[in-house]
Structure formats: C-alpha cells, structure tokens
Design a binder for this molecule. Sequence first.
Ligand code: IPE
Ligand code: IPE
Ligand code: MG
Length: 249
Amino acid sequence: MERLDPAKIPRHIAIIMDGNGRWAQKKRLSRIEGHKAGLDAARGVVEACDELGVKILTLYAFSKENWRRPRKEVSELMGLLHAKLKKEREELLKRNIRVNIIGDLDDLPGPIRSTLKKLVEVSRAKNGLLVNLALSYGGRSEIVAGVKKIVADVAAGQITATDITPEIFSRYLFTRDIPDPDLLIRTSGELRISNFLLWQIAYTELYFTATLWPDFGKEELIQACLSFQNRERRFGRTVAQMQEGDAAQ
Ligand code: IPE
Ligand code: IPE
Ligand code: MG
C-alpha cells in the first residue's frame, strides 16, 4: 500500500457524515440504530485524526435542514448525541482534544446545549486536535448572520464598507479562528454539499466515497489523505508556476 507522507497530512479535514439511514436499512435495523453506529464511526475517526496528526476535524453532525425530519428521529438523535458526548468527555480531555461548535446552538434542546457549552469551556485550553462539531449548521444562514453582524458594525462606525474584504468578512463567520478545510470528505455516494461550509470550501479538495458513514474508518481516512497528497493545489496559478516553486509569491 502507498504510504502517507507525514509532512503533507491535511491540516483541516471536514466530513459530511452521510448514510446512517441507508446503512440501517440494509441491515434491517431502525434508522436510529444507524445513527448509533454513525456516532461510533465518528469516535473512530476522531481517534484516527488524532493519531495521524490532523490539527482540525470538522464534523457535520446535524444540519439546519435536518430539523425537517420526523420529530421522533430528531429527538432520538439528539438523545444519542447527548449521551455520547457525556460518555466520551473524559477520553476527549485525556487525548488533549479541544471541542468547538459551529451552528445555531440556540436551536438545540437545553440539556444538550449546556453539556456542549461545558465541554467547549473545559476543553478550551487543550492544544491537541480541534474537533469542530457542526450542529444545526447551515452555510447560507452562517453567511447571512455574518452579513447582519458586519452591517451592524458598519452602522456603529466600527468598520467602513470599503474596508470589507474576504479576509475581514471571514472573521464574521462561525469559523473565524479556524483555517479553511484542506480536504472535504462526503460519504454515502451523494455528490453534493448540502449547505456545508459554503464560504470556507472555495479551494478545498473534495473526496466522495460510496461508503456509508457507519462503515467509514481509519483505513478509508488514510485513502482519502493519500488522494489528497496526490493532488496539486494551484490556487489559480499555472502548473509551470507550481513547478518553478513560485507558489509562495
Ligand atoms: C447522516 O445520515 C446523519 C444525519 C444527517 C443526521 P442520514 O440519516 O442522512 O442517512 P441517509 O442519508 O438517510 O442514509
Ligand atoms: C447532510 O446530510 C447533513 C449531515 C450529514 C449532517 P443529509 O442527509 O441531510 O443531506 P441531503 O438531505 O441528502 O442533501
Ligand atoms: Mg443523508
């Protein structure tokens, strides 16, 4: 098997963890069993990223649009997620993992919201892997909320409209302190973004796999990283420029 180049591990990996329902259906289990297996897969991938030396892992766990699902599925999924967070808390802290949330936290049920807030708080000083959980997250809402905040700052005279650049605007998003993803993975064979990190993935490398999320593990994560390492990120420049090593200029 091809080996990973430890010097070129993607710094930030983002994952659209999709396919829990179809995994369960194939096994004649309930959708909630699929979500349970999906949370176990997430735990495995957190560990694998930690071991590979990835710095940031953003996991799309629940979208703004997922509130449209049947009430029972949503409440059971929230219950599972809450229990998993409590169960893994000590292990996360032991691994020096910092947890951050992106999304509209206020949409979440109170008990899970307070568990999440505490986890973010107690892990704030950790300097290992950053696990960035996207919960009730939608890319368009994030951008609109950012626009509202920047308009308010312009009205308050904190910034002028002519000062606004993409770099400045980035600071108005949930991801203000986080570099853009280098690699985005989507499981389950769907070839779409589903409102995930619309602004941040402008130059992210994309990796799509038919594997259903509960079956995704370290081996396939390594495959995705290998695919990433075999690509040339040109950021608008030509191949010749890249070969001359002008990339930094
Ligand atoms: C992803 O799996 C988990 C969430 C979106 C919460 P799905 O539940 O979307 O699984 P499929 O797409 O129905 O197979
Ligand atoms: C995207 O998956 C959201 C998450 C994985 C959390 P969905 O299953 O909700 O996406 P669509 O509806 O198929 O686009
Ligand atoms: Mg899905």
